[in-house]
Design a protein around this ligand. Structure first.
Ligand SMILES: *Cc1c(COP(=O)(O)O)cnc(C)c1O
Length: 418
């Protein structure tokens, strides 16, 4: 069974309302068309979805459970809180779904090599595991700035056999890595597939990545009916590029009674300029960049703003065109939460339920914590825990401002200096 995806069908050219499309150099038209045709054929072949589901079961631990949270529910004193546990995937987040899906598609297309961009490195690590498992050569492009900041993920990518290329152009961050990846692809497309990390970029990536991630929503809908005997009243998911949100929302798109809430990074506050809220708060502007049209955080001249979030995965200027469209249509409500609310929600989840959300996922928790007390005890909400926080000990310990951790790092550093 696959998800209810009619709302996720683009019009010709890959548009969702006014958003989406494909704005790439001429040389890439042919290869994007090849990907689109392969994706369409795979979608029509029920055996392919079965292969994907079976592979995720055998290799990545799917289906991930839905966990009822009695203590958190009691503490909040409103709606019953359920959590979809994408943190239990191999490599610790929903990213495994997308990379394995695209890997199986690349295999079907007869490709020998995969490339990917990565910001904080999570998508790079997930792609490197997939490449090792399926036998692809693998090159990961990462801004030189990020290579320095995110060494643990660089370590794992290299141990998994991937080549990590530090991109020294521009601001030496994610957008420069995307451009380097597109340049590689233009020269290597005959034998190489570009594993886009989220529901952004040129058509068909937004639709294709949503399709793979819809495994989250398809499972969650059946699990809610099983566990609670009813659908949730609202579903919360954090929104960086938008892939975990698109994935869980896809399961409930046609259920008019289920409210869909996308939660963006409010950072230090929406009025400080230090945030990544493109849709909540109305500061984004529609434009074309990185191969697609969407709402970007940019000024009226098209100059991109610097974005900020305590969660690296939410720190992005654009947003999936499908989400921008469904927001405009009123099907998805967008909210933002501040870093301070996120840290409080993270602590609450850990102390009451012994679950450790990633900082990204804690944004979804923070919105749920804000809203659940205003709902009644016979209502249910579902929070998508997109990933686990324990692998992010460096950033989480910093966000929690833990003195013991700082002392530990000082000791280790002193040890290496000797
Ligand atoms: C990468 C990441 C995100 C953000 O990506 P989306 O495409 O918006 O889902 C969110 N949560 C976790 C745990 C991540 O690793």
């Amino acid at each position: 069974m696959t998800a209810q995806l009619s709302m996720w069908e683009p019009s010709p050219g890959g548009y969702f309302g006014e958003f989406g499309g494909s704005f790439v150099p001429e040389v890439l038209h042919e290869t994007l068309e090849e990907v689109r045709e392969a994706f369409e054929a795979a979608r029509r072949d029920p055996g392919f979805w079965r292969l994907y589901v079976d592979t995720m079961a055998e290799y990545a631990g799917r289906p991930t459970p839905v966990t009822f949270c009695p203590n958190l529910t009691r503490q909040l004193g409103g709606a019953q809180v359920y959590v979809k546990r994408e943190d239990l995937n191999h490599t610790g987040a929903h990213k495994a779904n997308n990379v394995m899906g695209q890997g199986l598609l690349a295999q079907r297309m007869g490709k020998k090599r995969v490339i990917a961009e990565t910001g904080a490195g999570q998508h790079g690590v997930a792609t490197a595991t997939m490449a090792a498992r399926l036998g692809f050569e693998c090159t990961i492009y990462m801004g030189a700035e990020d290579v320095e900041r995110q060494h643990p993920n660089v370590f794992w990518m290299e141990q998994l056999g991937a080549e990590v290329v530090a991109v020294t152009d521009g601001t030496r961050t994610l957008k420069d890595a995307i451009n380097a990846c597109l340049r590689d692809w233009a020269e290597s497309m005959a034998d190489t597939h570009y594993v886009m990390g989220t529901v952004c970029g040129p058509h068909p990536f937004p639709q294709m990545v949503t399709w793979f991630q819809s495994i989250i929503g398809t499972e969650a809908r059946a699990q809610m009916l099983d566990a609670a005997g009813a659908l949730p009243d609202a579903v919360y998911a954090c929104v960086g590029g938008g892939s975990n949100a698109s994935g869980i929302f896809a399961g409930f798109g046609e259920d008019a009674g289920v409210e869909l809430v996308g939660v963006e990074a409010g950072g230090k506050g929406i009025d400080t300029g230090q945030h990544a809220a493109r849709l909540a708060g109305g500061q984004g502007r529609t434009g074309v960049a990185q191969g697609y049209r969407t709402v970007f955080l940019q000024n009226d001249e098209g100059l991109m703003h610097d974005t900020y979030s305590c969660a690296a995965g939410l720190d992005y200027i654009g947003v999936g065109p499908i989400l921008a469209h469904l927001g405009q249509q009123g099907r998805i409500r967008f909210e933002s939460v501040t870093d301070a609310e996120v840290v409080d929600a993270l602590r609450l989840a850990m102390r009451t339920e012994g679950i450790i959300p990633a900082l990204e996922s804690a944004h979804a928790f923070a919105a749920a914590v804000r809203e659940a007390p205003h709902l009644s005890p016979d209502q249910r909400i579902l929070v998508n825990q997109s990933g686990r926080g324990d692998k992010d000990i460096f950033t989480v310990a910093d966000a929690l401002d833990d003195e013991g951790w700082r002392e530990f790092i000082r000791q280790r550093a002193a040890g290496y200096a000797r």
